[in-house]
Structures are given as structure tokens and as C-alpha cells.
Design a protein around this ligand. Structure first.
Ligand code: 6R9
Length: 645
């Protein structure tokens, strides 16, 4: 891959970009050499303060004590709304695109401000105050953003639970964070189907006696149960209160939100983020990584239930006074042109999505894309998993008409904002590489003993110093924070990912370290083998895991989803083995290929390799928790096919 194709920065992008090659180098160096000066300046430039901080930062990764702009007073909702009112009160803040293509809405900054103030007052009237935790269990409707900002306005800490999670998962999260207030809707709507939210919440709440208030948004008007005294119609609650609600003065380090995320062990942990540092990270990266220009429409397709929705639908764009598009539906409804239809309908300039969505759309054929205009598009982005060069090229050529740089953004729930990514006007692209670190981010690769590796190499990805939007703790469990992230390599943050650095200093994320396979002593990223497999015209998607092998230690087991209409044959298996062998080397040849009509994925679209490893190893009685899968029956089918493979 050292001879990977390079896509230089296009001239027209470079000319107007916020950051060019020269300014990137200069600012990056300064951010490491003079962090006090650098972060102080950025915090003044990007945020509005009620009063200044005492100290720019305190970073003690050994003890997990990280503070930025301590003593400074600010408010996140004020920064996302109030300060914009004078200049852009009548500008659209949120374009909401409903599941039904005939249903959309423009919400101005002024309107959003009023809605936020009203909900903030309605919560206050019900006793919600600074420091309280509020659970948000909503579909992708404007009220989700309103609820986040209303919490921020009064200093309550939100904990969003993805609308696709089960009652059990919701219950665990409400209990863990001791939430007394829940904001939900009667039903959600996705892909033409209604999703029961209130009834899920009711089930969860049977085991949550401490919940006193349940605000219910009327989205569909469907039938729901009602508990008097606890349940409140959202629209009635906000109609009853004043539209004036001063923003609480928060300290920079006061928590803004908790977001649960799964690790390799135990129950999901509540990743806790602070106010000022988090917002600075989200705002800076939104502006620079996407090269956001005044007046552009920006669309991130994530759900607000994931960190990407927090930072790049709501907080980053609104802090920058941008117009952010919020989409209720799915990319394949009513058909696979939907995303591009929406781009044309709303003149979207920047489009940010996940590789898994791209691969799915790629499998449907190019016509769904090419029949749309997409001429408003300027920048494309990806997030969530390594993007295989094949999907990257498709995104670049077919979606972007070979005009639009693709920013492959590496980051995590824990990092709060993008840490490694190209900047459109500054970074030449290599398909499949997240490229270079953002300002203030000092990545390194270490071996298993924690020894830092130099030059072009492979290793565990760590970050050597704190950055403003870094998580501050695991809610209620600082010990777990230390153990999970800061103990493996003392003094450094361990990402859990493996990466390769090439001779240009570019980073290539190879996937979670536990997804790396060791075949006859050779380390290999599952993503590498997957990328090779999907090069084949007949392959829509592939997932690769290691399994115990008598001679090699680990063998390579590949689950392959074929394009619609392709016959699975032994001949095709041979072709695929040969393809991988040609692409990477004989060492990477899959030992087993199993046809997989579907792959087990989380609701955020990540392939659950843990389960695939168990099926491959034939450890069928220890599959573990499958409740967070989007479609648990996929696993049964894989097990059935395994026997006949
Ligand atoms: C933002 C988000 C984090 C994990 C991360 C890594 C994988 C995310 C990636 C990527 C390769 C990218 N990941 N972005 N891998 N290239 N551009 O996805 O957060 O849900 O917490 O997942 O996702 O493995 O460690 P989260």
C-alpha cells in the first residue's frame, strides 16, 4: 500500500479553503509547541465567554485529571443560539427532512432559540435543575436537538439513548445515570414504518421508579398508554411557559452530556464530556475538517443517538452558525436515490456518512446516483470504520463526480471530536487513510510493551497528550475510565485501535486491536482482507475474523455478501481466494469463505465481529449478548449455513 494512489488537493478547493498546506503545518506545530497560547486563542475565536478562564489547561493523563479553560464561564446553548441571533436570527439553523419525501421544515436560529427556551422553562417548572441527568429517547425530529440544547441551557446533563435500542438497554442507561426525567415521542417513523418509542419507554420505566417526568412528543398520534402525573405532552408543556429563559452560567468543566458506548468487556459505559473543551473541539473540527463556508448547507446522516450526531449534527454546526440538515429516514427509502435527491432538494454542499451506508448503496447500482444532479456537493466525508479503497473510489467518482475531496475522519465517542483526518485545502488524499492528526493531537504507535515505534510502522494507536474535547471520566466510575483508557500505557490515552503509519506520516487505521489477526506470526488487519474481497465485482460486503487454526495459530474466516442476483458457486470462492492472494499475498488467503446473505450489525451499522468470531470458531453456546443487533435473526441464518458450508 506504500504505492497507494494519491489525490492532490484540487485548486478550486485550496483557493478558498480556511486551511492550506502551509497554514496546517504552521498551526499544527504551534499547537504542540505552545499549547497554552494556541488553545487560548482558539477558545477566544470559536466561543463566546461570560468570563475568562484562570488557566488554559491542566493535563495529567497518569491520573486521569484533565481540565481545559478552568474557571471560565460559558454556556453551550448560548454559544449555539443566542450569540447568533443578531447576525443570523432569520437564517435557517436546521433543515429537517422527514422520512416522507414530501415532508420537510426550515427552522431559523430565532425559532430554534425560542423552542429551546420554552422546553428549558418547561423542564424547570417540573423541577429539573443544573447537574440533573435527563434521558433523551427520541427519533430524528427537531425536538431531539431542542432537547439537547434545552438541557445545556439550564445545565442539566443529557444522556441520549438511540431510538433503536430495546427497553432493556434503555432501562440500564436510565438507571446507571439516575435520570429522573425522560424525553420521548409516541412513535418514530423510519423507512415508512412506525417505531414504538413510548411503549418501549413504558416497559423500561417499570424498573425505573425514580423517573418523575416523561415529556412525550406527538409525532404520529398513534395509540399509547398514559401514566397520569408522570407523563406530560411536550406540546402542552412548552405552550404553558415563557419564551424567555436566561442561559445558566456554566464552568468550562461542568459536564454537558453522557453517552453510553460499548467496549470489549462489561456493560456499556457512560462516556462523560465537559462543556467548553467539548464544544471547542466540535466547532473547530466542523469548520476546518469540512472546510465549512458561510451559508453552506451541511448534512451529516448520523443519528443523534451516536456521538457523530451530537458533534456534527447539533453542537459543531450550530456553534459555527451553520445550516445543518437533520434526516429522519433511511438512505434506501423510498429508494436508493434518497440521499442524492435530498442533496439536490436542499442544495447540500457537505455530505458526511458511514462506509457501511456507501457499500449498501454501491450494491444497488450506479443509476440511483447518476440520475441525480449533485452539483451542489463540494466536500464528502466518512466516519465510523475503515473505508475500503473500493468504496472510497466509488464515493469519489460516482457520488462526487471526481470533484469533491473525501475526508475520512477517525475519532471515537471518547474523543468527542475528529482527531485524525485530512483538511480539504491542505491534505493530499490516499483512499483508505485517515491521513494526518488535527491541531493539538499527538498520536503515536506503540508495541505491546508500550515502546513507541518510529517512522513507517504498525502498532497500537495512542494519543500522547490531552486535547480539549477528550472525555473526562466514565460517569460514576472513574476507576473504569483509568483502567479502560489510561492504564495500558501510562501517560498516554489508548484508543483500542491499531494503525499503520506510512513513509509520509499518514495514518491508516486497521481496526480495533482485537480485530487484528495473527496468521503464522504475521499481523493482518481484518479490514485489509475485507478490502481485497470487495474489489470483486460480485461482492457487496465482506467481514473477516480470525479462528483457531492448528498450524497457523489463527486462520482467516471470511463472511461474504454477494451482490443481488449473483449465484454463489465454488468457482467464485476460488476466484476470491486468488484475488486476496494477489492483492495482499498468499499469507492473507482466506481459509474459509462462507456466503452470508446478511451480516450481524449493531444499529449504528458496525459489524459485530465478536459474534462472527464465535460462529467461525463453532463456539455456538457462548455467542454472548446479541440484543443490540439490528436484526438478531441474521445470526441464526449464519449458524444454519455454517453446518452446510
Ligand atoms: C465516531 C465513531 C469508534 C471506533 C474507532 C474505530 C472506528 C471510527 C473511523 C474508524 C477507521 C475511521 N472508526 N472512525 N476506523 N477509520 N475513519 O465512530 O465513534 O462509535 O465510538 O466508534 O470506530 O475503531 O475506535 P464510535
Amino acid at each position: 500500500m506504500s504505492n497507494a494512489k494519491v489525490y492532490p488537493v484540487p485548486d478550486d478547493i485550496r483557493k478558498n479553503a480556511h486551511i492550506t498546506k502551509e497554514t496546517y503545518q504552521e498551526m499544527y506545530q504551534r499547537s504542540l509547541d505552545d499549547p497554552e497560547g494556541f488553545w487560548g486563542e482558539q477558545a477566544e475565536k470559536f466561543l463566546d465567554w461570560f468570563s475568562k478562564w484562570d488557566k488554559v489547561y491542566h493535563s495529567d493523563l497518569k491520573n486521569g485529571d484533565i481540565r481545559f479553560f478552568e474557571g471560565g464561564k460559558m454556556n453551550v446553548a448560548h454559544n449555539c443560539l443566542d450569540r447568533h441571533l443578531e447576525k443570523r436570527g432569520d437564517q435557517t439553523a436546521i433543515i429537517w427532512e422527514g422520512d416522507d419525501p414530501n415532508n420537510s421544515e426550515h427552522i431559523t436560529y430565532k425559532d430554534l432559540h425560542e423552542r429551546v427556551c420554552r422546553l428549558a422553562n418547561a423542564m424547570k417548572a417540573r423541577g429539573v435543575k443544573k447537574g440533573d441527568r435527563v434521558c433523551i429517547y427520541l427519533p430524528m425530529i427537531p425536538e431531539a436537538a431542542v432537547a439537547m440544547l434545552a438541557c445545556a441551557r439550564i445545565g442539566a446533563i443529557h444522556s441520549i439513548v438511540f431510538g433503536g435500542f430495546s427497553p432493556d438497554a434503555l432501562k440500564d442507561r436510565i438507571q446507571n445515570a439516575d435520570c429522573e426525567t425522560v424525553i420521548t415521542a409516541d412513535e418514530g417513523v423510519r423507512g415508512g414504518r412506525n417505531v414504538a418509542l413510548k411503549s418501549n419507554a413504558d416497559k423500561a420505566l417499570e424498573s425505573c421508579p425514580d423517573v418523575k417526568n416523561v415529556f412525550v412528543v406527538k409525532r404520529t398520534g398513534g395509540d399509547i398508554d398514559w401514566k397520569d402525573g408522570r407523563d406530560i405532552w411536550y406540546h402542552e408543556a412548552v405552550a404553558d411557559v415563557s419564551a424567555d429563559c436566561p442561559a445558566e452560567q456554566m464552568d468550562s468543566e461542568d459536564p454537558l452530556f453522557i453517552l453510553y458506548t460499548s467496549g470489549s468487556t462489561g456493560k456499556p459505559k457512560g462516556v462523560q464530556h465537559c462543556s467548553a473543551g467539548y464544544l471547542l473541539g466540535a466547532a473547530m473540527t466542523h469548520k476546518y475538517v469540512f472546510d465549512y463556508q458561510e451559508g453552506e448547507v451541511y448534512w451529516c446522516t448520523a443519528d443523534v443517538g451516536w456521538v457523530t450526531g451530537h458533534s456534527y449534527i447539533v453542537y459543531g454546526p450550530l456553534a459555527n452558525g451553520a445550516t445543518t440538515l437533520m434526516f429522519e429516514g433511511v438512505p434506501t427509502y423510498p429508494d436508493a436515490s434518497r440521499c442524492w435527491d435530498v442533496v439536490d432538494k436542499h442544495n447540500v454542499s457537505i455530505f458526511y456518512t458511514a462506509p457501511t451506508a456507501l457499500r449498501a448503496l454501491m450494491g444497488q447500482g450506479d443509476e440511483y446516483v447518476t440520475k441525480t444532479s449533485r452539483k451542489s456537493l463540494r466536500i464528502l466525508g466518512t466516519v465510523g470504520e475503515p473505508i475500503n479503497p473500493e468504496a472510497w473510489e466509488w464515493y469519489y467518482k460516482v457520488v462526487g463526480d471526481s470533484r469533491c475531496p473525501i475526508v475520512d475522519t477517525w475519532w471515537q465517542t471518547e474523543t468527542g471530536s475528529i482527531l485524525i483526518a485530512p483538511l480539504p485545502g491542505a491534505t493530499d488524499l490516499k483512499p483508505g487513510s485517515a491521513t494526518l492528526p488535527f491541531f493539538g493531537v499527538e498520536p503515536a504507535l506503540v508495541d505491546a510493551e508500550g515502546k513507541e515505534l518510529e517512522g513507517a510502522c504498525d502498532g497500537n494507536l495512542v494519543i500522547k497528550r490531552a486535547w480539549p474535547s477528550m472525555m473526562r471520566t466514565v460517569y460514576g466510575d472513574h476507576k473504569r475510565f483509568m483502567e479502560t483508557y489510561l492504564s495500558a500505557y501510562p501517560g498516554m490515552y489508548f484508543t483500542g485501535d491499531g494503525a499503520r503509519r506510512d513513509e509520509d506520516g499518514y495514518y491508516w487505521i486497521t481496526g480495533r486491536v482485537d480485530d487484528v489477526i495473527n496468521v503464522s506470526g504475521h499481523r493482518m488487519g481484518t479490514a485489509e482482507v475485507e478490502s481485497a474481497l470487495v474489489l470483486h465485482d460480485s461482492v457487496a460486503e465482506a467481514a473477516v475474523v480470525g479462528y483457531p487454526h492448528d498450524i497457523k495459530g489463527q486462520g482467516i474466516y471470511a463472511y461474504v455478501t454477494l451482490m443481488a442476483g449473483v449465484e454463489p458457486t465454488d468457482e467464485l470462492k476460488k476466484e476470491l481466494v486468488k484475488l486476496v492472494s494477489n492483492e495482499i499475498g498468499p499469507i492473507a488467503k482466506p481459509d474459509v469463505i462462507q456466503w452470508a446473505p446478511g451480516l450481524p450489525k449493531t444499529r449504528s451499522g458496525k459489524i459485530m465481529r465478536r459474534i462472527l468470531r464465535k460462529v467461525a470458531a463453532n463456539e455456538l453456546d457462548s455467542l454472548g449478548d446479541t440484543s443490540t443487533l439490528a436484526d438478531p435473526t441474521v445470526v441464526d441464518n449464519l449458524i444454519e449455513d455454517r453446518e452446510t458450508k
